[in-house]
Design a protein around this ligand. Structure first.
Ligand code: CUO
Length: 716
């Protein structure tokens, strides 16, 4: 035997012995069975790594095994002898899945595993409604877990996670369970496609604990040659897109949800999306762009293109792009059971405007339903969205949903190229596309048309007699008084749950996003009356328009973004309040979006104390400018006796109510949403100063942006 071969043999023996020494010793696993009551915490694992069979160990440490009746496996995993080689030292908890009477899921199974799911598409809505009904009707948590395990390998993963999320959100016995972050379940919906091959590489080569986060560049979808790209950091922000997805989970528009589906859900749809528009316009003005142009002409090319650079990794497909200047066309997609003429949209639009101008709509029995200032916005919204509460779906159609679809198939209207739906068809990704804002400005304009017909608030209606706001200040960490400080921050997201390869442990993606320094408001209120309660409402809007001219009230009222809303007790005399930015009624903390701030928490299968819905804290304050963007901070105090809603406090995970409401509760404020900016101003008011009553105060503030990038471990 020559020396070369001897070396090779010795080399192999040496390598094996070294590897053996390094390999952790496999101790016998200690199996723990789970009490049925505790099975609630395993829903997260059912939604993890959806390309793998359920019988492969789950959890970040691969320490949980589901013991599943054989018939629960789908056909594709029935015949495969699955050997789970992912074991490693430590204990193993075993979750026994109870055998239940198997639900009939023939209809939702029709959606191909590789398709994207769209809640705007009638066929998909129907599948979702059936699946949600099955999950909602399961007798208890253990049965629900069993049904979900049975469905997991059979149902399209996007449909499956949607239906599970709706059920978990709306069932009383899972009310305390926050949903897993969709950005971890489907990271491919939120991040540059290039990252996943790098993540695979990292996970295969580097052991957990030593892996470096994979950096996603800020400018991965376009360059500054496209002016619209200046606000891509807003459109593509992971927290903002998550918030939108969760919102549509809480208000799915379908299904047997006794309270969530009804209490002012329509009005909240209007308000939430109006606030998205106000916030986007605020960002645009901060970036030297004009306000969004409303989508107005069905036949004119859409000048904005969008190239998402996202993959659907489960299906190995890319999300389609839209070229600039594409034109809407009639849609006829047999494969999706969907047909739409642009004329249908025009007809529904005319009928809606007709109802608004008459201040009355026609229900499906031919009755006239008035659109009053109390319920008009809610009724109009259900009609526009075509929810289950629309009073006449046949006559008023599905303007909002089908507009989304018409745009999302603009690249392949008859399906000849077998291209899938564009981002406008999916609530988790639609806000990335500039056309989303043009479309929603159009939708918002329909709502405004009705609002503008309602009586204007008189000064007496706006006032709170005997209560005046004497001063308002903003104190921001490291910034002059009445200045907000913004900058970039890097944060990490764990891709582990959404990847489809074996090595255990976290693999982080690192994104750069907007952030602001923590701040507080200091508000002084004078009460000339007895002890009482008030509601403080805080908003902010740009002071000047795109030409640098001071805003007229009738324009500025559309740009006020809500920052906070809370109740205070007032003693007679002067009262001083301090309120911190992280207490906002609008936001959820950043750890709902990112894994970096409290990475030990993100591994707990129970999830977070906050529910998913809520504007991300890191996007509470718009970017501003390096010179200091001039804005006006508006604070108003109103009479709590008028505002209050008598009801028990909310249960379950915490949900900031301003944009999301409270689950299984009434919206906790009787005033119209957006009050006091929800009406045209009274006669003689053309500026914000003229609008003020003594219970309001406006201060000039600046938002100063610093180009620095702070590290992910910076906490606010
Ligand atoms: Cu949220 Cu059109 O409703 O996207």
């Amino acid at each position: 035997m020559n020396t070369k071969y001897l070396c090779l043999i010795f080399g192999v023996i040496w390598c094996n012995s070294v590897l053996k020494a390094q390999r952790p010793q496999i101790k016998p696993v200690r199996k723990q069975s789970i009490h049925p009551r505790d099975k609630i915490k395993f829903f997260h694992l059912v939604m993890e790594r959806l390309n793998e069979p359920i019988s492969l160990r789950k959890g970040i440490d691969r320490d949980t095994a589901f013991s599943v009746p054989p018939e629960y496996h789908s056909d594709r995993f029935q015949t495969v002898d699955i050997v789970d080689r992912s074991g490693f030292p430590g204990s193993l908890q075993q979750v026994d899945i109870k055998r239940i009477k198997l639900p009939d899921i023939a209809s939702p199974m029709k959606l191909d595993w590789k398709e994207n799911f769209s809640i705007f598409l009638p066929a998909h809505r129907q599948y979702a409604a059936e699946l949600v009904k099955i999950f909602m009707e399961m007798e208890n948590v253990e049965d629900l877990l069993s049904a979900s395990v049975y469905c997991r390998e059979r149902i399209n993963p996007y449909l499956f996670v949607y239906a599970m999320s709706v059920a978990i959100t709306h069932r009383t016995d899972t009310l305390h369970l926050p949903l897993p972050s969709l950005a971890e379940v489907f990271p491919d919906k939120f991040m540059d496609r290039g990252i996943f091959s790098k993540a695979r590489q990292e996970a295969n080569i580097v052991p957990p604990g030593s892996r470096v986060p994979i950096e996603i560049p800020v400018d991965y979808t376009a360059s500054n040659l496209d002016p619209e790209h200046r606000v891509a950091y807003f459109r593509e922000d992971i927290g903002i897109n998550l918030c939108h997805w969760y919102w549509h989970i809480i208000y799915p528009g379908q299904g047997p949800f006794p309270m969530n589906g009804t209490d002012r859900a329509g009005e909240l749809f209007y308000y939430y999306h109006q606030q998205i528009m106000a916030r986007y316009d605020f960002e645009r003005l901060s970036n030297n762009l004009g306000r969004v142009e409303r989508f107005i002409d069905w036949h004119k090319p859409i000048k904005e293109g969008y190239f998402p650079k996202l993959d659907n990794i489960l299906a190995s497909r890319v999300w389609p792009s839209r070229q600039a200047n594409s034109k809407l066309q009639d849609i006829n997609r047999k494969i999706d059971q969907f047909e739409l003429d642009i004329q249908d949209l025009e007809r529904w639009q005319d009928r809606l405007y007709d109802a608004i101008h008459r201040r009355a709509a026609i229900d499906d029995k031919g009755n006239t339903v008035p659109l009053t200032e109390n319920t008009g916005m809610d009724i109009l919204s259900h009609i526009l969205q075509s929810t289950i509460l629309s009073i006449n779906q046949n006559y008023y159609g599905q303007l909002h949903n089908f507009g989304h679809l018409a745009i999302s198939w603009i690249h392949d209207p008859d399906g000849r190229n077998l291209e899938g739906i564009g981002v406008m068809g999916d609530t988790a990704v639609s806000m990335r596309d500039p056309v989303f804002y043009r479309w929603h400005k159009y939708i918002d304009d329909i709502f405004q048309e009705l609002q503008n017909m309602f009586p204007r608030y008189t000064a007496q209606q706006l006032d709170f007699p005997g209560v005046t706001i004497s001063s308002v200040d903003v104190v921001s960490k490291g910034a002059p008084r009445n200045e907000f400080a913004t900058f970039w921050q890097k944060s990490d997201i764990d891709l582990y749950r959404g990847l489809d390869f074996t090595p255990r442990g976290s693999v982080f993606a690192r994104v750069t996003h907007l952030q602001h320094a923590p701040f507080k408001y200091i508000i002084e209120v004078n009460n000339d009356g007895p002890p009482r309660k008030g509601t403080l409402r805080i908003f902010m809007a740009p002071k000047y328009d795109e030409r640098g001219v001071p805003m007229l009230f009738r324009d500025q009222k559309h740009l006020f973004i809500e920052l906070d809303h809370f109740t205070v007790r007032m003693d007679p005399g002067c009262n001083k309040y301090e309120r911190h930015s992280i207490e906002s009624s609008v936001t959820v903390p950043s750890e709902r979006t990112f894994s970096n701030l409290n990475s030990s928490d993100t591994r707990k299968e129970e999830g977070f104390a906050y529910c998913g819905c809520g504007w991300p804290q890191h996007m509470l304050i718009p970017k501003g400018t390096t010179e200091g963007f001039p804005a006006e901070l508006f604070v108003m105090i109103t009479d709590y006796n008028i505002d209050k809603v008598e009801q028990p406090p909310p249960e379950g995970c915490q949900q900031p109510f301003s944009y999301c409401g409270w689950r299984r509760r009434l919206f906790p404020d009787t005033r119209a949403m957006g009050y006091p900016f929800d009406r045209m101003p009274r006669a003689g008011v053309s500026t914000l100063q003229q609008f003020l009553t003594p219970n309001m105060k406006v201060v000039d503030v600046k938002i100063r942006f610093n180009k620095k990038v702070v590290a992910s471990r910076y906490t606010i």
